[in-house]
Design a protein around this ligand. Structure first.
Ligand code: NAD
Length: 370
């Protein structure tokens, strides 16, 4: 019987195919042991697509991405394609997918696994049990606003311009994602901007508050200036549940928050768009890390970030919270046993390859499902 859950897998470049190989094993496990089956298709993106088709993503691939419930992406880029013009680089494939799928809400969880508490640069008591979610607006703001550019003034000086711009609907739709997430978590949203010095920040604050008062009064909303949020994230990160913020501040705050938890190899993400006629949000899930050319092909890559990206897909696209919990629990148990890829090794831990990390995760899944 065909499954009603469709997944497009785009492994990409460098370590992308290696980590995605382990994710495919977890997906196969779900099919066999949990009777959760997916219609999976696989395609090229990034440098792999440039090599095959001359462009970083084809129209056919974008069309496939538009037609599935979720896209799972590995990573793109590498030295082989570094000399290409900016408009032809592997990363353009990713940007095109985000743009065409209108993925305006970027979800970046910062979750500190008990076994990795020591890997944080902060004191264990500050990060132990940390579980926050940053929702970053992804398609608007200063990275896209017009006018933009560099001009030469009559006096010979040069002037660079970017424009921070947001509309009511852009603010409301990303805030709605944050409120909905908070309802499934601890019921609190902190909205961050610079309303003290920016008109776009005043509008952001007013619109988030208005939406809250209209539709999300059950969620606790507070507002915080983004610079203060940056300080609070290192002072007392556990005060936050969901943070919602614009593209620029979100770029910075999400990177800051993710580093509270240790390694790039552990960090998943989701990018969500609008709800379509079938009731599902357009969605793409991917690890935060890149293609890691320095370790590609050596079996050293940590597959956990991509496995946790699959868990996010199970939770947010497919409403399979129990299965997502199971996958996250398997990661926790493997780490607790001291089984680590090289990027997260600690004194006394057993350093394993990408494939052996996959083996260990499947063994834990088997044990839990027994
Ligand atoms: P990177 O994330 O690829 O690597 C940074 C460092 O972290 C490297 O030392 C790498 O070995 C390590 N690392 C990353 N992921 C790891 C994992 N899963 N397991 C173990 N170690 C891991 O960033 P970079 O080196 O700045 O960029 C390399 C390439 O990736 C560039 O071409 C860049 O443009 C691209 N990139 C792509 C994405 C994406 O596809 N979303 C994101 C960032 C960078």
């Amino acid at each position: 019987m065909p499954s009603n859950k469709s997944l497009l897998v785009l492994p990409g470049d460098g370590i992308g195919p290696e980590v995605m190989g382990q994710v495919r094993r977890v997906v196969d496990w779900m099919d066999k042991r949990r009777a959760v089956s997916f219609d999976i298709s696989e395609d090229l993106v990034g440098g792999a697509a440039i090599d095959a088709h001359g462009i970083p993503v084809t129209d056919a691939t974008v069309e496939k991405a538009m037609g599935v419930d979720a896209v799972l992406l590995g990573a793109v880029g590498g030295p082989k394609w570094d000399s290409l013009d900016f408009s032809k680089k592997p990363e353009r494939g990713l940007l095109r997918l985000r743009k065409d799928l209108q993925l305006y809400a970027n979800l970046r969880p910062a979750l500190c696994f008990e076994a990795l508490v020591e890997a944080s640069t902060l004191k264990p008591e500050v990060v132990a049990g940390l579980d926050i979610m940053i929702v970053r607006e992804l398609t608007g703001g200063v990275y896209f606003g017009e006018p933009r550019g560099i001009e030469t003034l009559p006096n010979g000086e040069r002037r660079g311009v970017n424009t921070q711009v947001y509309t009511t609907s852009e603010i409301r739709r990303v805030a709605a994602v944050a409120f909905e997430l908070a309802r499934k978590r601890n019921g609190r949203v902190t909205s961050c901007e610079k309303a003290n010095v920016m008109e776009s920040g005043v509008l952001w604050r007013e619109e988030v508050q208005k939406l809250h008062d209209e539709s999300f009064q059950d969620v606790e909303l507070s507002h915080m200036y983004a610079d203060n949020a940056a300080m609070q994230l290192v002072r007392n990160p556990k005060q936050f549940d969901v943070i919602v913020t614009d593209n620029l501040f979100g770029d910075i705050l999400s990177d800051e928050a993710s580093m509270l938890t240790g390694s790039l190899g552990m960090l998943p993400s989701a990018s969500l768009g609008d709800v379509d006629e079938t009731g599902r949000r357009k969605a793409m899930y991917e690890p935060v890390h890149g293609s890691a050319p320095d370790i590609a092909g050596q079996g050293k890559a940590n597959p956990v970030a991509t496995v946790l990206s699959l868990a996010m897909a199970l939770r947010y696209t497919f409403d399979l919270a129990d299965d997502a919990d199971l996958v996250e629990k398997a990661v926790e148990k493997v780490l607790a046993k001291g089984i680590r890829t090289a990027d997260i090794q600690a004194p006394g831990s057993q350093v394993v390859s990408t494939g052996q990390m996959g083996d260990a995760l499947l063994a834990e899944l088997d044990a839990m499902a027994a």
